[in-house]
Design a protein around this ligand. Structure first.
Ligand code: PGA
Ligand code: ZN
Length: 398
């Protein structure tokens, strides 16, 4: 039985305040979790409230429905209490930031009671012996860095790696190799919010540099490293004019679709996320039919971890993969429902961090528990390596 829930304001990786939740149980269980935060957030995400408001409202409305009322081990009851306390579809009363922190902290408290690692409590007992492949952000711009690439994320995808450990180190090596190539070309630069290099170059040149870096590392490690992208198309889309803007370059929707298909072809892309606007299910269906057998076409802002939006995508054949971010929907139960709905319909779930992160490692456990084929959680930087190192520990049964 939950005996205590505490909420506080702590720092995230951007230096912004976020919600931390502690959950304690009668049998001595303890769990602590923190909410992440997006910058290129989808229009249909659950609502992140200002932290003070989120904490005050959750204290008033949610904590009385949890303490002495529900068992931490019954995740559905915990999450139903959060939904009941909030009373809206998008957590605009207590904030998805309070909700997700409490939901994840309760799961950790339940795992603690069992003396089991979180992934096992979340359903990992019957998983196979496969591990998620980490997608590592190595060059980026968009909403994550000023004056850098238009495409938000260029991702290393070490699809041939024999282990998580080798994949994680391969991504870090690609990140380092990109840094070297940038130096050589006189393009030394800083990093964006997720730790990716943020050079002030055109996307075309970024492809060139990332290809060079992945080839260098591939030769070294001896397994295949592909390239993936998060276009964050909704951020490039000018809804008024109905066009995609890459600085001076403007593309109509059909030109955008052709451009993405061309990029997939030219660079053998393993993965392409949010290639177009979050409202364009038809465009997604068209692109998926065109490129989607070998390449994951992943909906992030399109689906926002929401089973209703996913269902619409499934009916239309829009995308073949879904990005999974617990704070987009607000509870672990809803998150796992989205993963399972995706799975049953042949959509690959990709578990993901946010651009604003913390040292919380819940998503590493979620990826292992749900046997997700990919996890996107950066390549370097403490809030990213927190998850990557946790994956290595899980792989080593540590
Ligand atoms: P965000 O970016 O966390 O800023 O939304 C990550 C993504 O778009 O995948
Ligand atoms: Zn995205």
């Amino acid at each position: 039985l939950v005996t205590d829930v505490r909420l506080r304001r702590v720092l995230d990786s951007r230096g912004n305040p976020t919600v931390e939740a502690d959950v304690r149980t009668e049998s001595g269980g303890f769990g602590r979790a923190k909410a992440p935060s997006g910058a290129s957030t989808g229009e249909y995400e659950a609502i992140e409230l200002p932290v003070g408001e989120a904490i005050a409202n959750a204290r008033e409305l949610a904590i009385p429905r949890l303490v002495g009322e529900v068992y931490a081990g019954n995740q559905r009851d915990i999450d139903a209490a959060l939904r009941g306390a909030d009373g809206t579809d998008d957590f605009s009363q207590i904030g998805a930031n309070s909700a997700v922190a409490i939901s994840m902290a309760a799961a950790k408290a339940a795992a603690d009671v069992l003396g089991a690692p979180l992934f096992q409590h979340l359903g990992g007992t019957f998983r196979g012996d496969t591990f998620p492949t980490p997608l590592g952000n190595v060059v980026g711009g968009g909403e994550h860095a000023a004056d850098a690439t238009h495409i938000q994320e260029f991702l290393a995808a070490p699809v041939g790696a024999p282990s998580v450990e080798e994949a994680v180190f391969a991504n870090a090596a690609v990140h380092a190799a990109v840094g070297d190539v940038l130096d050589e070309r006189g393009l030394a630069c800083g990093k964006g919010d997720e730790g990716a290099w943020a050079p002030s170059i055109e996307d075309e040149q970024a492809f060139d540099i990332v290809s060079e870096a992945t080839e260098i590392v591939e030769d070294d490690v001896g397994f295949e490293i592909g390239i993936g992208l998060d276009i964050a198309g909704a951020e490039l889309y000018d809804a008024e004019e109905g066009v995609y803007r890459y600085g001076e370059t403007v593309r109509e929707t059909d030109e955008q679709l052709a451009y993405i298909a061309e990029l997939v072809d030219e660079h053998d892309l393993v993965y392409v996320e949010d290639p177009i606007d979050e409202d364009d299910f038809e465009g997604y269906a068209e692109l998926t039919a065109r490129v989607g057998t070998e390449t994951l076409v992943c909906g992030d802002d399109l689906f926002v971890t929401n089973v209703d939006r996913l269902e619409r995508g499934i009916e239309m054949g829009a995308a073949n993969s879904i990005l999974i971010k617990p704070n987009q929907i607000g509870t672990l139960s809803d998150t796992v429902d989205a993963v399972e709905r995706a799975r049953r319909n042949g959509y690959d779930p990709v578990i993901s961090h946010r651009s604003g992160e913390t040292e919380d490692t819940t998503i590493a456990h979620l990826a292992v528990a749900t046997d997700a084929p990919f996890i996107k959680t950066g390549a370097v930087g403490g809030e990213r390596t927190a998850k990557l190192n946790e994956l290595i520990r899980i792989e080593h049964n540590a």
